[in-house]
Design a protein around this ligand. Structure first.
Ligand code: TPP
Length: 280
């Protein structure tokens, strides 16, 4: 099912705004992770503004959906989106990565409201999400657990233990979205440690798999709705393999390994903001 036209327009504007913030925050901090924030912008925008059940005035609302961000370095995106969702005023986002700021370089659930679980050490989010899915099922909650995974962290063995247990426990309330941007910290995943065929691996582990263009808002929305139906019907966890581009939206950052963890300087910021403005 496609997004309503008005929603689609709204989400496109939100994505532009988030991209501006990602660039400004990393520029102000002179450090951070723009590449993997820009690749996941559409995924998290659809989740936070069309799918997830939450209440920013009551972050611990028991019935909420759980959103686990396993790629805990994508902080410029996560804080920008939580500010937009109403968790923070957002006027202090430029304190990002400063001593004492709630907006630390890796997400910390004790510092910033709306963070479901602290991550940053890769390979922990999937097992956290599995535990939450089991807990919510025990509590008979009518909610879902969403998990944003990175492709680099599929090289962590603990991730596959969690993937195996999700299928064993028939966690139909769990949807993972894999940000398949093909680049990790200092190289292409397939050169560093081959991951493919990812779809067959998930299938072999008992998951339902959907593959999409991870920058197409309609495809993201439609795929998530499908997992909400298929998961509980087949008693299976679902994964959406979202094919994305690291650094998406800024021509000189796209598909460039360097921009995993480097901040733009003054000139680069200006050029990048102009590109975002033009929507090119
Ligand atoms: C256990 C662990 N080892 C190493 C690192 C250092 N590190 C930070 S990000 C990263 C990889 C980034 O690639 P990916 O996980 O695919 O993230 P994305 O491209 O989506 O930003 C690594 C190895 C880490 N955070 N955790």
């Amino acid at each position: 099912m496609p997004l309503p036209e008005e929603k689609l327009i709204e989400l496109k504007e939100i994505c532009k705004d988030l991209r501006r913030n990602i660039l400004k925050m990393t520029h102000a901090a002179a450090s951070g992770h723009p590449g993997g924030s820009l690749s996941a912008t559409e995924i998290l925008s659809v989740l936070y503004f069309s799918i997830l059940k939450y209440d920013p005035t009551n972050p611990n609302w028991h019935e909420r959906d759980r959103m686990v961000i396993s790629k805990g370095h994508a902080t410029p995106l996560v804080y920008s989106i939580l500010a937009k969702a109403g968790y923070y005023k957002g006027d202090d986002l430029l304190t990002f990565r400063r001593l004492g700021s709630p907006y630390q370089g890796h997400i910390d659930r004790l510092k910033a409201p709306g963070i479901e679980t602290s991550t940053g050490s890769l390979g922990h989010g999937t097992s956290n999400a599995v535990g939450m899915a089991l807990g919510c099922r025990l509590d008979k909650l009518n909610n879902r657990i969403y998990l944003l995974q990175s492709d680099g962290e599929l090289q962590e063995g603990s991730t596959w233990e969690a993937i195996m247990s999700a299928a064993h426990y028939k966690l139909g309330n769990l949807t993972a979205i894999l940000d398949r941007n093909r680049i990790q910290l200092d190289g292409w995943t397939e050169e560093t440690m081959t991951l493919e065929p990812i779809n067959k691996k998930y299938e072999a582990f008992g998951w339902h798999v959907i593959e999409i263009d991870g920058h197409d808002l309609n495809q993201i929305y439609d795929a998530i709705l499908k997992t909400k139906e298929i998961g509980p019907k087949e008693n299976k966890p679902c994964v959406i393999i979202a094919h994305t581009v690291k650094g998406k939206g800024v021509s000189f950052m796209e598909d460039e390994v360097k921009w995993h963890g480097v901040a733009p300087n003054d000139d680069e910021l200006e050029k990048a903001l102009q590109e975002i403005e033009r929507g090119s």
